[in-house]
Design a protein around this ligand. Structure first.
Ligand SMILES: [Zn+2]
Length: 119
């Protein structure tokens, strides 16, 4: 992920309402969560460009992917507010994907297997 530029600090200041100087001091001391900052900037950029009305979602995603040097799925997640919600097996507590959570009704693969073996 690239470093924050002056214009990105200006945009972040407008979006967050935090003064530019405060943000740059926090950034210099590594106290800003940069992925969150980029997600905010991307979301605002996407909304601004979409609001112009001349471009399709995929065109905007391609352009922002190049601008921020991140993947298209990263742009989609930021622009549409999707976050990777962590899920945990309700029996053993292992972290599992949302798909696995849904498939196993809250259980991980190995706990599903254990349940089947007990039948
Ligand atoms: Zn489990």
């Amino acid at each position: 992920m690239k470093k924050l530029t002056d214009s990105e600090f200006q945009a972040l200041s407008e979006i967050s309402g935090a003064p530019y100087d405060v943000l740059s001091v926090l950034y210099a001391q590594n106290l800003l969560h940069v992925p969150t900052v980029f997600a905010m900037l991307i979301k605002a950029d996407y909304a601004r460009i979409k609001g112009i009305g001349n471009y399709k979602a995929e065109q905007i995603i391609t352009a922002l992917s190049a601008k921020y040097q991140v993947s298209r799925s990263y742009i989609r997640n930021a622009a549409f507010g999707r976050t990777q919600k962590k899920q945990y097996c309700i029996e053993c507590g292992h972290e599992i994907s949302s798909d696995e959570y849904t498939r196993g009704k809250g259980l991980c693969k190995s706990c599903v297997t254990k349940h089947i073996q007990q039948l």
